[in-house]
Design a protein around this ligand. Sequence first.
Ligand code: NAP
Length: 304
Amino acid sequence: MIYDRVALIGLGLIAGSMAHAMRCAGLAGEIVGTARSADTRGVARDIGLCDRVVETAVEAVQGADLVVLAVPIGAMGAVAEEIGPHLKAGATVTDVGSVKRAVIEAVAPHIPHSVHFIPGHPLAGTEHSGPRSGFASLFENRWCLLVPGAATDPEALARLRALWEGMGAHVDEMDADHHDLVLAVTSHAPHLIAYTMVGVADDLRRVTDTEVIKYSAAGFRDFTRIAASDPTMWRDVFLSNKDATLEILGRFTEELFALQRAIRTGDGEHLFEYFTRTRTIRRGIIEAGQDTDAPDFGRAKPGS
Ligand code: NAP
């Protein structure tokens, strides 16, 4: 056991998956959870997601050794302000937000000096959300990035690292700004492109045509899966990782124009070289074990 009591604030995909994974591996003595709505708290109670589901975040953090903020990025600051005065001295607060600089700026001012704040981000997810969407193996063989500060207590950091490793993740440490740039390339810009592509297809009024759906195969179908991701979460991601996302989208637009020109001028050599380079990147991802070559990209849903 790594922590005697873990408090989960927010009971959606990520917190729910943590609850399942911590239980499976026996990492927490007691898991206490809370969510904003009575509906979510009711579902969490019905399915036995936590050992205890309480009404408020203040109640949830009482006596907790680890507090996990698993709410949308835009809500992190308000939750931290609410729980700040009620945190146990020596406890660790972490978060799972997909953007780090903005979360640190919103949360850190509310965390007392006697409490360790170690931001984190598991690079794992699905397009599903809510208390029923979590599953124990979500973090297996996925990366979790921790963002300690210069003054972070090494022992508190080692414990949090052990928790994520216990849930099956590989852990790396990263600076907040670098994290936000890396994620803009690997996750945030690709999501925006998927949203756009599905939007374009819809504008053409063809997305509902049975032919488009029937013959979409992995390409368009994968775009629609990504574009089905939670609107609140992704609105917050773009609003809080503005600079890095805009920088990557600027570069993306330049490359897209270059490809557009190559198509118009019949520059097959440019296209071939470009696609050969990108194919090598894809092979590297598979070799690193972060995806599979299966037609569904290895993402078959549990129970499907
Ligand atoms: P989720 O399934 O939608 O769950 C979000 C939880 O936060 C719910 O319990 C919700 O309560 C609560 N919540 C929503 N708005 C709130 C507010 N204004 N104040 C307090 N609580 C609020 O979300 P998730 O996918 O687990 O994402 C949670 C965090 O993980 C986000 O910061 C996201 O950036 C990060 N993350 C997500 C993924 C992913 O792929 N989904 C991956 C890595 C990290 P109610 O149900 O009662 O509304």
